[in-house]
Design a protein around this ligand. Sequence first.
Ligand SMILES: NC(=O)c1ccc[n+]([C@@H]2O[C@H](COP(=O)([O-])OP(=O)(O)OC[C@H]3O[C@@H](n4cnc5c(N)ncnc54)[C@H](OP(=O)(O)O)[C@@H]3O)[C@@H](O)[C@H]2O)c1
Length: 253
Amino acid sequence: MRPPRLDGTVALVTGASSGIGAAAATRLAAAGARVFVTGRDPDRLAAVADAAEGTAIPCDLTDPDLTAALANRVLDVAGRVDVLVNNAGQGWAGPLTGMTDGQIQALVAANLTAPMLLSRAILPGMLSRGAGHIGFVGSIAGRLGVREEAVYAGTKAGLSVFADSLRKETTGRGIVVTELVPAVVDTPFFVRRGRPYPRRRPRPVTPDQAAAALLTGMFSGRHEVCLPRWMYLPIMVRATLPATYRRLADRYG
Ligand SMILES: NC(=O)c1ccc[n+]([C@@H]2O[C@H](COP(=O)([O-])OP(=O)(O)OC[C@H]3O[C@@H](n4cnc5c(N)ncnc54)[C@H](OP(=O)(O)O)[C@@H]3O)[C@@H](O)[C@H]2O)c1
């Protein structure tokens, strides 16, 4: 499914130089939005911006000053942001004791602090217009926890509760806050985090399927979208039958 026509709107997509973010930017542009894309790799970002006839603004979101400057730049140029897709994120796999201070700080900054800073910067305009869509790309890791991904899972859990709380804060004011909770998406994410995806299930979906699920959820007012849908099941079991969930998780990982 495609989002509704978005002519005349402005969208900012983070992590748009690759994977889910690139697919989301492409879909938003196809729906008529004026798209601003950000990421670190200038060449991949420029290619996505060209295809979307959008604007590339390279930015490392681990730096809060650069993140603030990114939001200001988009608002200066476009005057508004109607659709904010907080998608950028990085993983790290391995024991917690193997992580450096810098690696921990980078994950928290890119995955959690940056979406908070961008949302805060963009929200006043949305509130004054009484309309806006803010999407967050979380992870099943943030709902269930994953062995040897403690910091990554922690950032995604924080992002999920941030999204939930922001939704409560803005209820009735025209703002739609949606979290995509993907399990496995076939992107360079796993190579980059240093460990390939080790299981057969859940099966990876394509980045475009993930982007479509996010945008469909955002523009139909959904609070959260699990991908695949059956991942709601372990989330519900963990919430309602924690001891059973722990036994199953110990057995099946
Ligand atoms: N793939 C999965 O199975 C999966 C599952 C659950 C959740 N997710 C989440 O989905 C989101 C998108 O990931 P993906 O799968 O599409 O992976 P990806 O292909 O590796 O894309 C990640 C994107 O985030 C950007 N990014 C990472 N760190 C950044 C930083 N410090 N500053 C600015 N941009 C940064 C990357 O920019 P550059 O490429 O320019 O560095 C890239 O555009 C992430 O939040 C990830 O946690 C992915």
